[in-house]
Design a protein. Structure first.
Length: 367
């Protein structure tokens, strides 16, 4: 294993997450909604909260931090910016929080909620009705091949209830999960087997049903994934083989490898994020970000200005909800970039923004 962050309890990727509530547009776009960021600090078992300024810089909330469970590893926010969810590796749990208008976090009733063994990744479907957690089991805090837990969100309180049939079998060591914008399909990157599992989501219950057998990525140690904003392509990052796999997404949710996939990246490849139009994709690789132009067929070409320096070892990347910035998680805080018209990344003054050992990033706007 190459990454220094793949060593916790037998090769777990220590992930700490930046989050910004996910609905509407930021205050910098003139609609008056404050924009927040949340970074989970695994070393301190805290969530750090920030205001996002007009230039993308982060400043601490009046109440700067909130307790989590043991070894928080990821965070996600519902699309309306009302609730945040943090997975805790060593507690085998997910903590739920309500988000106040000033960004303050308060535990929801019943929190924390039980997961499978070693929850490493959490996502909320775009409807804000369901939460899905990838349990990386033997890679993280326990034994076994892992699975995916699904929960229904109480729209009033934010509390979680397991959906029928949960947990769901993916492949060996599921590590990351994402859902398409219509909430029809879920995709899981399987670290141990180097595959992607595709599921159809039952609209009423949130139950997952496999569309087809897991699809090989052509790489090893598949660790993260992202759909492009137009949902033409699914990209899966393979940290073991130092490449990224690209798949065309069919109308039925099936995946077909694009020509030339997988594409070479660099050592310590881990996080992935697209720009708002899907013309560019960014991949973290150690203390740098690799930038690529996405071609009509899904193949990629390095940008002329790539790679872009990072202030520390990067793990995850995310696009902010306005589609103008990329935030990255590092062991020394949060990296931040503005996306130029040609796809180049320009560092935002003041980064990295202190947040303990941050690893995983997502964004949103207050309700």
């Amino acid at each position: 294993m190459k990454s220094k962050y793949l060593s916790f309890a037998g090769f777990v990727l220590l992930a700490i997450t930046l989050t910004v509530p996910q609905f509407g547009v930021s205050q910098t776009e003139g609609r008056g909604r404050p924009e927040f960021a949340y970074a989970v600090d695994q070393a301190s078992n805290l969530v750090w909260g920030f205001n996002i300024q007009g230039n993308g810089a982060l400043t601490p909330l009046a109440v700067p931090s909130f307790p989590t469970g043991n070894a928080p590893n990821g965070v996600a926010v519902d699309p309306r910016g009302r609730f945040a969810y943090v997975v805790n590796i060593l507690d085998n749990s997910v903590s739920g929080y309500s988000i106040a208008r000033d960004g303050t976090l308060t535990p929801v009733p019943g929190s924390p909620f039980a997961t499978g063994s070693g929850p490493g990744w959490v996502t909320v479907d775009p409807s804000g009705r369901f939460v899905y957690v990838a349990n990386c089991a033997a890679l993280c805090s326990g034994a076994g091949s892992g699975n995916v837990s699904g929960y229904a969100i109480d729209k009033s309180t934010g509390s979680l209830t397991p959906v029928p049939g949960s947990p769901f079998q993916a492949d060996d060591i599921p590590y990351a999960v994402t859902v398409d914008s219509l909430g029809e399909f879920a995709y899981v990157a399987n670290f141990g087997s180097g595959t992607v599992s595709a599921f159809r989501i039952d609209h009423d219950s949130g139950t997952l049903a496999a569309i087809a057998p897991p699809v090989p990525t052509g790489g090893t140690l598949s660790i993260s994934l992202a759909l492009d904003p137009l949902e033409r392509f699914l990209f899966v990052v393979n940290t073991g083989s130092q490449n990224v796999s690209a798949f065309a997404v069919g109308s039925d949710g099936t995946l077909t490898a694009v020509p030339g996939s997988p594409f070479a990246t660099a050592e310590f490849t881990q996080g992935v994020a697209f720009n708002r139009s899907g013309d560019f994709v960014y991949i973290s690789a150690g203390a740098q970000v690799l930038g690529f132009s996405v071609q009509p067929d899904g193949s990629i070409i390095p940008l002329a200005g790539s790679p872009y320096a990072a202030p520390g070892f990067l793990v995850s990347l995310t696009l902010d909800r306005a589609g103008r910035r990329i935030y990255g998680s590092t062991g020394s805080g949060v990296a931040a970039y503005t996306i130029a018209a040609n796809g180049d990344l320009v560092s935002i003054a003041g980064e990295p923004f202190p947040a303990g050992e941050t690893f995983f990033v997502t964004t949103a706007v207050a309700h």
